[in-house]
Design a binder for this molecule. Structure first.
Ligand code: GLN
Length: 494
């Protein structure tokens, strides 16, 4: 069996026809992880026993001839900032190193209802803050395409796990690009749903007005399957909402499709090879009958700056709960004896946070606290919120004329380890094409759109193409993505 290529639909077919059992499938993936994850480090922990137990249940039902759900018995990997009851949830932070989740995130509850099998928790940048997994408190993940390069971030472990054939699909979270950017770097599909489409309950919060959970998969159809399974309103997340998204399988006519190409996304900073690759797909879509229209999103230019104000402000509030008293690591619990520095409650807070948080997390907490402080709130936070509205208005205006917006997902292909770690600003620029989407709350997907040749004798590096849709047009966006995926494949085989 080719684990790297195996999709949800294929796996479901194999299980239903009894060509393979869920236990066999699960063991095969786990063995693959054990053999190869030493080099890649996609996983922070495995949940092997629970996985086998769940797989046995599904096998029992199939043996009895009972019908099972599409995701039943199929091995998945979960980003380690999403809670699975009884399993570790570290968010790749030392401060949560030994934290065991006391309940299931709503997305996990929903997947459990479908009898999904969870094989383990994947690596990320600490608390999802980063674009390369180099900020993980437990060491970076490597890109399975080229082990000298980063897998992207923050859901780098999930994207690498899907690419390496360690699971059939994975969940990630996306606050400013963390599903789409690693999907693009690893050559897989990553979908960020509309804000509110999927419950955030049980996701360790980074920036609550931007965070959204979504699937990382091998193709668009699988992304639609997982999205349908996890979407919906939830009384434990007041921002979640129920919608009837319509039918993904309904075919779409390419001649009726209007695609907007924003000129601001094709200027300085974009790697010329990436540009060429994306433009060749646009040309092909045009040739197939889609109407291509140049559009303008004039406030894109300010989106990154607004994001890097709003996001740390929310980070500083959300991470206040990790204080050495309520959760995880505490200097206090290390014993009073040798800890002369700990005299009172404040010392406990300060020392625990000092030990527990990494540099990037501390940087953002400090920035956010400063931004929200008296006298600076109006100058920074309030102004950034106004820019956020303008970014949203840009999209609203554009969607009056077009069905979907097409851009590169990232300005370059996967970079090498250490290339951007000494300059946080250069790392932040990796998100230039993805953050506007989170500010506006709209859905977006990254598709593998080709490969650019690296050095001689080196495998090509994946390029990601981003499609952005209207609010709650998630299924329509996925239909358009499916069509685009077909066009890309045809082009590759031409
Ligand atoms: N890379 C971005 C950041 O560092 C986005 C992170 C995310 O989406 N979680 O904030």
């Amino acid at each position: 069996m080719n684990l790297k290529e195996l999709t949800i639909k294929q796996a479901h077919g194999l299980l239903e026809n009894k060509e393979v059992s869920s236990v066999e499938l699960t063991r095969e993936f786990l063995n693959n992880v054990k053999e190869r994850d030493g080099d890649i480090h996609a996983f922070l922990s495995l949940t092997e026993e629970e996985a086998i137990e769940q797989a046995k249940k599904v096998d029992g039902r199939i043996a009895k001839g009972e019908p099972v759900e599409m995701l039943a018995g199929i091995p998945a990997a979960i980003k380690d900032n999403i809670l699975i009851r009884g399993a570790k949830a570290t968010a790749a932070s030392k401060i949560l190193e030994n934290y065991i989740a006391p309940y299931d995130a709503t997305v996990i509850k929903k997947l459990k209802e479908e009898e999904a099998v969870f094989i383990g928790k994947t690596n990320l940048d600490e608390f999802a803050m980063g674009s390369s997994t180099e900020n993980s408190g437990f060491g970076p993940t490597k890109n399975p395409v080229d082990l000298e390069r980063v897998p992207g971030g923050s859901s780098g472990g999930s994207a690498a796990a899907v690419k390496a054939g360690f699971c059939v699909y994975a969940l990630g979270s996306d606050t400013g690009g963390s599903i789409r950017q690693p999907a693009s770097f690893c050559g897989v599909v990553g979908f960020k749903p509309t804000y509110g489409a999927v419950s955030r309950h049980g996701l360790i919060a980074m920036a609550s007005s931007l965070d959204q959970i979504g699937p990382i998969t091998k193709n668009v159809e699988d992304a639609a399957i997982v999205f349908k399974a996890i979407c919906g309103s939830d009384e434990l997340d007041s921002t979640s909402i129920h919608r009837d998204y319509g039918d993904f399988t309904k075919p779409l006519d390419i001649e009726e499709l209007k695609i907007g190409v924003p000129r601001e996304y094709f200027t300085h900073g974009l790697d010329s090879e990436v540009e060429k690759s994306i433009k060749s797909i646009i040309a092909k879509l045009g040739k197939e009958g889609a109407k291509i229209k140049e559009i303008s999103l004039p406030y894109s230019e300010w989106a990154l700056a607004a994001y890097y104000i709003i996001m740390p402000a929310e980070v500083s509030a959300n991470l206040a709960r990790f204080d050495g008293m309520k959760y995880g690591y505490s200097r206090l619990r290390q014993g009073f004896g040798g800890q002369a520095k700990i005299q009172n409650l404040l010392d406990t807070y300060l020392e625990s946070r000092q030990d527990g948080f990494g540099d990037e997390v501390r940087r953002r907490i400090m920035l956010g606290t400063y931004i929200l402080s008296a006298g600076y709130y109006d100058a920074y936070y309030k102004r950034a919120q106004k820019v956020r509205r303008l970014v949203k208005n840009d999209f609203d205006r554009a969607f009056k004329d077009v069905d979907v917006i097409l851009t590169p997902t990232t300005p370059s292909t996967a970079f090498k380890f250490g290339e951007k770690t000494s300059n946080p600003l250069s790392m932040y620029l990796a998100d230039i094409y993805t953050v506007s989407v989170n500010l506006a709350g709209v859905p977006a997907i990254s598709l593998p759109s080709g490969e650019i040749n690296g050095l001689p004798a080196q495998a090509g590096l994946p390029v990601g193409l981003q499609l952005i849709g209207k609010n709650f047009d998630d299924i329509k966006l996925l239909q358009i993505a499916k069509l685009t995926e077909t066009v890309i494949k045809e082009k590759q085989h031409a």
